[in-house]
Structure formats: structure tokens, C-alpha cells
Design a protein around this ligand. Structure first.
Ligand SMILES: [Zn+2]
Length: 307
């Protein structure tokens, strides 16, 4: 299985348009010891023929253009992108679907709750279904196995499970009352034809024993690296929400991901969905050194892996 990281930042990207935090300011000034990043996006393929997108970031058009494997191959209208798996309804995970509206057939796999939010409450997504043979929406259970399939090429086996019950802030209270909380946020384990496993979870609110068991069996882990500390945004903005209130377990601290996942034996561990305020982006800083010493890598746009 080929895995390409098209984007590795959290919502807003790095630098973020309205942010002048230490990271964003010094990146713009050319004095930052680290790299810019687009919003998190991953593409996978078993055969280099059909490609599957894990979510659809707002930067998707540029990310596709930066990745020759995702360019059209046949004359006229064509794309090797067969399917999109949505793990949540967050704007930075679904807005890119609107960049795929040019009458190209593909499939979207998501829970019924996420499909209803997008299709029934957000009329712009009807542009994906202007003609009969355009996008197919496929409901998936929030706890089960299915195969990501395209019209062409080989599929990828996918196990999903619920990671949380928080729907995006743009979803109304009335709508949330009609949805299943366990369908709000998924983790995904994607298995290659050789039996190797990719665990993909760019948003993790909490780490429990059942999650630890799943992650221990993975060969590559792409994990929520949004915030270094729980109060990171509050310190930068002077107010707002903690990392945990936003549904992201922080990297540092006694209950942070670095310590909680320190005992994993199986996977290569990579942080994705890194917020522009996160000090791990600074490769000259102590936080970056601490993460690397603990066996983690900080994903960069353009990285690829084979499983
Ligand atoms: Zn910033």
C-alpha cells in the first residue's frame, strides 16, 4: 500500500492567514527552523491505479496538483481518485469535496450522520450530485469493516471505530438531536494486501485501553498532533478553548499522547494535523527534540510510505 501525506497541518494550515504567533511570524520572516504545511490530507493506493483520499481538505486542489500520481491519465475528463473516506464532518476534513464538483464520478464513504449533515443541511454539497452518475454516497457503520472500492483497480480493507461523540460547531442543536453521537468521529485502520496496517486518526479526544490495543497492532500510525499543550490556544489568543475541549488530546503532559503511547511496540509513529501554534514545528526547539527522542516523527507535506 502506498501512502502519501499531501498535507500535515491542522485547520488553517501553517502559516494561518490571520495568525501572528511566534511560529507564523518567524516563518513569514524567513527565520523559522521548520517548514510550511497545508491542511492535513492523506492519499492511499494498493496498485497505483485507484487512489483513495482520507478526508478532503480545503487545500485539496493544490495538493492534487502537487502530486503527479493523482493527475488525470486519460484524454478528456479523468481522475485516478476513486473514493474519499470521511472520518468526521469538520470543515478542514470535508470542504475539499467542493473542489471535486466537476462532474467526476467517485465514492464518498461516511457514517449516515455525517452524510445527513452534508447533504441535508449544507445545500452546496448538492453540486456533487447534479447528474445521475456523479458521486455515490456510501453509508458505513461506525464499528465495522468494509472495502474502499473504486470503479477501477484494487480496493483497500478498512476497519473503522468511533473515537468521539462531538459533531462540528456548525451543526445545529436540533440536527445533533437527530444524529447518533457515536457516528461523529471515526478512527480508521487500513490494511494492505501484505497484511500491514495503517492507523489513521488526525483527531483523537481521548486515549483508552481499547484504542491502545488497536494502535499496538498497527505498522504505521498517523496520529493527532494538533496541540503540544492543553492551554496552547488560550495562551496564544488570550482566551478560548482548551485542546481537550476541542477534541484533541495534547502531546505533552502526564495524560498526553507522548506518555500514553510510549509503550506501543508495533508502529512507526508520526504526528499529523499539527496546528500552526504547536512548538513541535520548530525543529530547533526543545519540544521537537523531545518528540524525536520519544521515537515520533512530525509529518511534512510530500512524505510517502509503503506498507
Ligand atoms: Zn500561528
Amino acid at each position: 500500500m502506498h501512502i502519501k501525506i499531501l498535507g500535515s497541518a491542522a485547520g488553517g494550515g501553517f502559516p494561518q492567514w490571520n495568525c501572528n504567533c511566534r511560529n507564523c511570524e518567524s516563518l513569514r520572516a524567513g527565520t523559522f527552523a521548520g517548514k510550511s504545511r497545508t491542511q492535513t490530507e492523506v492519499a492511499i493506493s494498493s496498485d497505483d491505479c485507484a487512489w483513495f483520499l482520507l478526508n478532503a481538505s480545503p487545500d485539496l486542489r493544490l495538493q492534487i496538483e502537487a502530486t503527479p500520481a493523482l493527475h488525470p491519465r486519460n484524454a478528456g475528463r479523468d481522475s485516478p481518485i476513486s473514493s474519499v473516506l470521511l472520518t468526521s464532518g469538520d470543515i478542514d476534513q470535508v470542504a475539499g469535496l467542493l473542489s471535486l464538483r466537476e462532474l467526476q464520478p467517485f465514492r464518498i464513504y461516511c457514517t449516515p450522520s455525517i452524510r445527513r449533515i452534508l447533504q441535508e443541511d449544507n445545500s452546496m454539497f448538492a453540486m456533487l450530485n447534479r447528474v445521475p452518475d456523479q458521486v455515490s454516497w456510501i453509508d458505513i457503520s461506525c464499528d465495522g469493516r468494509f472495502s474502499l472500492h473504486g470503479e477501477r483497480g484494487v480496493g483497500v480493507d478498512c476497519d473503522v471505530f468511533s473515537l468521539g461523540d462531538r459533531f462540528p460547531a456548525y451543526v445545529s442543536h436540533e440536527r445533533i438531536a437527530s444524529l447518533k453521537p457515536e457516528e461523529a468521529l471515526l478512527g480508521a485502520i487500513l490494511t494492505s494486501s501484505s497484511g500491514k496496517r495503517l492507523a489513521y486518526m488526525p483527531a483523537v479526544p481521548d486515549i483508552d485501553d481499547s484504542l491502545l490495543r488497536r494502535l499496538d497492532e498497527a505498522d504505521l500510525l498517523l496520529f493527532d498532533g494538533t496541540f503540544w499543550s492543553d492551554d496552547e490556544l488560550i495562551r496564544v489568543q488570550g482566551g478560548g478553548s482548551t485542546a481537550r475541549e476541542m477534541g484533541h488530546v495534547p502531546i505533552s503532559g502526564a495524560e498526553g499522547s507522548l506518555r500514553k503511547l510510549a509503550g506501543l511496540r508495533g508502529p512507526r509513529k508520526v504526528l499529523v494535523h499539527v496546528n500552526n501554534t504547536n512548538p513541535v514545528l520548530d525543529e530547533s526547539g526543545p519540544e521537537y527534540a523531545e518528540v524525536r527522542a520519544a521515537g515520533w516523527e512530525v509529518a511534512e507535506d510530500g512524505w510517502s510510505f509503503d506498507l
